[in-house]
Design a protein around this ligand. Structure first.
Ligand code: DNO
Length: 395
């Protein structure tokens, strides 16, 4: 495995030296300063590589950028509307610019409107560490009492709505603004930060997009970009929906085995692959992560390892530490190592799969620091260390 760490670029409060101290050897990053939809030039990518190189020297572990995470896909592409053709051309140019700089794996997602979603970014654990959490009822409160969405009866049971009303009554302004911040503003990697009104406008834009329309828009996008990726030796790795359940009544199309079947059938190519995000996939009670891994192992070009615990209602979940959630990482890592061995026997090169510890708890001194939620240094260092321990013991 290529032991990697996500880094949010020169402005990240987690510095390259910190990444090295955590024992990572590769960097997963993106040009976050470039607005979604704009093209990345070869020079833009080179500049970032040079920044990384400048921070390497003979004495240091030489960090290398191995995966782009992500080139976000503009909502107009997902909606197939307005200037989407130009946006797709920009996307193709960005793939070429990345490939010309010898980076060959690109992670992306096709989630409508916002990237990953949590309802709380500072859930206090019994250890005093802080974790990310998704609470289904809190999410209903957000839809009903912050966005004031109508017709929620169509999507939620009476019991869920009553529970939401009861909980809402006990929430003060601070609780509500925390909830709003967690969903709409706190997380990194969102395409943009929306106001409530902008957000509702985006929801309206998706009004006519049902599951089959979104699938067909993804297929059209793949038909355009995969040939370019192939020509340039790039592997596109689609990230699962996080969480893999419908939110806001919008379709989710990268959530299950059958979704992946559709995606890989819609364009048959080695360049059409997946990011295996264990935590995202495991947060749907209907998914079996080991089965998904086995079924699509050849298509897995990038791995995110984080653990979760699904709660009693079967829809809420807590991000646990790497060794104590629903996923058995010893079992999963065994499978990953086996897959690497299989690739080694066939190709004898390129068999190491890039893997990063995905998220970590906010621990120790990091509790006083500013960082992207989920991406503090110490928690991820702990995650990577635990994973390295498992890898080492299995090798
Ligand atoms: C959350 C991440 C996501 C992911 C993107 C990929 O921590 O896993 O932000 O990077 O969805 O496009």
């Amino acid at each position: 495995m290529e032991l990697s760490f996500r880094w949010y670029g020169p402005k990240d409060s987690v510095k390259l030296s910190h990444v090295r101290q955590c024992n990572a050897e590769y960097l997963v990053t993106s040009l976050h300063q470039i607005p979604t939809g704009d093209k990345w030039t070869k020079r833009d990518v080179k500049k970032r590589i040079n920044f990384i190189k400048k921070n390497n020297n003979n004495y240091n572990i030489n960090l290398r950028w191995n995966v782009v995470e992500s080139i976000p896909v503009h909502n107009n592409i997902k909606l197939k509307t307005k200037n989407y053709k130009n946006l797709i051309n920009n996307y193709k140019d960005s793939i070429i610019s990345i490939a010309n700089n010898n980076i060959k794996t690109i992670c992306y997602n096709f989630m409508p409107i916002i990237d990953w979603t949590r309802t709380q970014l500072d859930y206090k654990l019994p250890t005093d560490g802080l974790a990310l959490r998704f609470d289904y009822i809190q999410f209903i409160i957000f839809e009903k009492y912050i966005l004031n969405l109508k017709n929620l009866e169509d999507r939620y049971t009476e019991k869920e709505l009553i529970l939401a009303r009861q909980l809402f009554k006990n929430m003060n302004n601070k609780d509500l603004s925390n909830l709003k911040f967690s969903i709409m503003g706190g997380l990194p990697a969102a395409e943009k930060k929306y106001s409530v009104n902008e957000f509702k406008k985006m929801l309206e834009a998706y009004f006519e997009i049902d599951e089959s329309a979104l699938k067909s828009n993804l297929k059209d996008f793949l038909n355009e970009i995969i040939p370019i990726a192939e020509e340039n030796g790039v592997k596109m790795a689609i990230h699962p929906d996080d969480p893999p359940i419908s939110l806001f009544g919008l379709p989710r199309i990268v959530s299950s085995i059958s979704d992946y079947d559709d995606i890989f059938k819609s364009y048959n190519s080695k360049s059409n692959g997946m990011t295996f995000c264990a935590g995202s996939l495991a947060s749907s009670i209907n998914n079996n992560v080991y089965k998904i891994f086995n079924k699509f192992k050849e298509k897995i070009y990038f791995i995110h390892l984080r653990n979760i615990k699904i709660e009693k209602d079967k829809k809420s979940f807590l991000e646990t530490n790497h060794l104590s959630g629903d996923i058995d990482f010893v079992k999963l890592i065994k499978m990953i190592l086996k897959e690497e061995k299989r690739r080694k026997n066939i190709y004898n090169k390129d068999f190491h799969i890039p893997m990063r510890p995905d998220h970590g708890h906010c621990l120790l001194d990091d509790q006083k620091k500013k960082f992207n939620p989920g991406y503090s240094a110490i928690g991820r260092m702990m995650g990577l260390s635990e994973l390295r321990g498992i890898i080492k013991s299995l090798q």
